[in-house]
Structures are given as C-alpha cells and as structure tokens.
Design a protein around this ligand. Structure first.
Ligand SMILES: *Cc1c(COP(=O)(O)O)cnc(C)c1O
Length: 396
C-alpha cells in the first residue's frame, strides 16, 4: 500500500480498531467517570504514560474509546500533531484562543468572525486584560501593519461567518510566524476535508464538528487540532484547566458522522452551487455570497487554496419590505428557518451583517439570508425557492 492514503480513505479507517473491541466495527460508547488501575505502580505509570500521549483511559473527563477515535481520525485528516475534542464548537474556539494569550497581550481577530467569538474577546478576554483589535478579512499580508509588540494571537475564519469573505490564510500565517504570534483558524465551513489550515501555516485549527462532521443536526461537538507538540501542550493545559469534556454519546455520533463526510460534502457542495446560481438570476437579488461562484470576490483565493466547497452561502436582496422578505422565507416547505447548519436538511436564516462588525462597513442596504443546501433533490429545493420568490413578488 502507498504510504499516505487519500483523505476519502483516511475518513473511513483512521481512529478505528475493531480488533480491540472483539471485531465490532465502531468504537464502543463507554460511560465512565472512574477508571480503575490494578496496582499503585500501574496507577502511577498510567498517569505518566497518558501525559506523554499514550492512548489509554485515565479518567472519564479525559475521554475513552469514542473521543479517542474522533480525535485520531480528525487529526489524520487535519495533518496535525494531535486533536482535542470539546463539548461544543464554541468551547473549542474559546479554548484555542485562551491557550494563546496572557494578561497584557493583544489579539488580532477577523471582523467576520463567528459572533459568539467576538463576545468572548470583548467580554471575558477583556476582563482578563487581553485587548482585541478586529481587522478587515481582506487585509492579507497588510496585517503586519496592525501588529504590536504584544500581539500574541491572530484569529482567522475563512470564508467569514455570514458574509463569506475569503482570507489569504498563508499570507497572514506567514506574517504571524515572523512576528512570533500564534494563529487560530475556525475552519468549520470547508472542514479539513476541503481546506487544511495546518498545511497553510496555521497553529491551531478549530472545527465546530456540530456542523458537517456530526452532519445530522443532533449533537454539539468541537475539536481543535494543534500543528506542533509545543502548541498542543498549551491546548492540553487549557482543556484540563477549564474541565472540558465531550460526552461519549456525542463523540460517538461525531466519529460516525465523519465516516460519511466525503460523500455528504460533495453533495452539499454541488447542491449549494446550483442553488446559488439559480438564486443569483432572480431579479430581486443584489448579490450571492459564495466563494465557489466564479465572479465572487473571493473566488481566486478559494480556487488556489481549497479543494471544495460546502453547502452554506449568503444571499443579499435588493431593498424590499420586511413583509416581502418574510413572504419569501416563511412557508418554504423544505427549508427550515434556523441557525446551525451542516445537517442533512436544508435551512435558511435571516441575518443583518451590520450587527456583527466593527472594523469594516457593510455596503448593501437590502435584507440578507443564509442558505444551507441539504441533501434533498436540487430540483425540489429550487421549486420550493421558486414558490418563495413568487410570494415575495406578490408582496412587493
Ligand atoms: C456553529 C459555529 C461555531 C460554534 O459551534 P457550536 O457547536 O454551535 O458551539 C463556531 N464557528 C462557526 C463558524 C460556526 O458556524
């Protein structure tokens, strides 16, 4: 066999060891707090070995078969040093950033960051004496001008939450490296299947596995992969200190979801692109925000760095009344109205980019909504949206 398998193969086999569990294909769900040792020597040895990274069970909070399976498989996909799992995507984002900072530090955070991360920075981190400055997602290598003597972390998310701006990740990571700052990237949109932050110079790659990894809208899971042993040490300490623990049932669902990620993502990508192209042709639409669409301002970077797209994108309408906007989204039969995404079912969600940015200005006056293309037949999804645009026109 070749030395390194294709990602599609890695997804199926990494982090599984049927021989260990009597031939059972999937890892068993172990409900545990106490994990017994046979002797004092075994107890002491186990703690030492675990701290050095040996895969064994120490105490429930530090994970058992399912958390280990998920960590190992994700780490293989990310191409990192090691992966830690978290009880939510936000817990993963928070722990990754906290691992990088101390009192008196300065953080550069992209203006199009997932909203709750902005609050982590402006509330909790500010209270602990860490100052955060938000930056334009399009800054590229120009980020160097924003660096201060005490800049210790740069936070990226590409494409940006809600508005899908693409960042020049390798250019920003190179500057950060030169200035001895750590980089944390939220890579939930592409997943490590379609974009590999660590190969592009990022130190901590964050995944809200709640979305595409779990894939079935039924569990909250986060993961952080460290590029190196040194960064992993900081992450591990933070995980311990904050008492983080991903429940075994949810770890089970995430490692199971991961097995089918490749086939699901391909369908989300294709369906999302078809919907985006159809929506872009409607006369009431000002812009569609989707980096995989030729003509999108982020398309060149997407094409250079990413090997695929997921099914999530944004739509900006020309100015219409709230009544007309609601007529479009209310009463869709196949699209639920809701947050989160990455599940098998299609979703829409209204949003206003003005609520969530401070370093840049949103130019469009019209209302916006986000679309998550699920795994339904695309013709059916388009027919549903066609009815919605019909309702909007009647309400104009
Ligand atoms: C949903 C999301 C998160 C948070 O994940 P949860 O599991 O909901 O806590 C973080 N980042 C991005 C980009 C997300 O979309």
């Amino acid at each position: 066999m070749k030395k390194r398998s294709k990602d599609q193969t890695t997804l199926i086999h990494a982090g599984r060891d049927p021989k260990k569990y009597g031939g059972v294909v999937n890892p068993p769900v172990m409900h545990a707090s106490t994990i017994l040792s046979e002797s004092v020597a075994a107890f002491r040895g186990k703690h030492r070995a675990w701290k050095e990274g040996a895969p064994l069970y120490l105490y429930g909070r530090y994970g058992t078969a399912c958390q280990d399976s998920l960590s190992e498989a994700l780490c293989a996909l990310e191409g990192g040093f090691r992966t830690m799992t978290f009880p939510s995507g936000l817990a993963a984002c928070a722990a990754a950033l906290i691992a990088c900072v101390k009192v008196g530090d300065h953080v550069l955070m992209v203006d199009t960051i997932y909203g709750p991360n902005r609050q982590l920075a402006t509330r909790l981190l500010a209270r602990f004496g860490v100052e955060t400055q938000f930056y334009d997602p399009l800054v590229g290598a120009g980020i160097e001008q924003l660096f201060r003597r005490n800049t210790s972390a740069v936070v990226l998310e590409s494409p940006g939450s809600l508005t899908f701006e693409m960042q020049d990740v390798p250019a920003i990571a190179a500057v950060a490296k030169r200035r001895s700052a750590l980089t944390v990237m939220d890579n939930t949109w592409a997943t490590p299947y379609y974009f590999k932050p660590i190969a592009h110079g990022v130190d901590l790659s964050v995944q809200a596995a709640t979305k595409y990894v779990v894939g079935h809208s039924d569990a909250m899971v986060g993961a952080v992969t460290a590029a190196s042993e040194a960064v992993y040490g900081r992450l591990l300490d933070t995980h311990w200190d904050l008492g983080m623990h991903l429940a075994p049932d949810d770890a089970y669902l995430a490692q199971r979801g991961l097995r089918t990620l490749a086939v699901r993502l391909k369908q989300h990508w294709e369906a999302g692109l078809e919907l985006a192209q159809w929506i872009a042709k409607q006369p009431e639409v000002a812009r569609v925000l989707h980096p995989a669409l030729p003509g999108d301002p982020g398309h060149a970077i997407w094409k250079r760095d990413f090997s695929g797209a997921s099914g999530l994108f944004g739509v900006v309408l020309k100015p219409v009344s709230e009544k007309a906007f609601a007529a479009l989204l209310d009463h869709l039969k196949l699209f639920g109205i809701g947050g989160s995404w990455g599940g098998y079912e299609s979703l829409v969600m209204p949003f206003d980019p003005r609520d969530q940015r401070s370093a840049t200005q949103w130019p469009d006056p019209g209302p916006c909504f986000r679309v998550h293309a699920g795994l339904e037949a695309v013709e059916d999804l388009i027919a549903d949206l066609e009815d919605g645009f019909g309702r909007l026109r009647k309400a104009l």
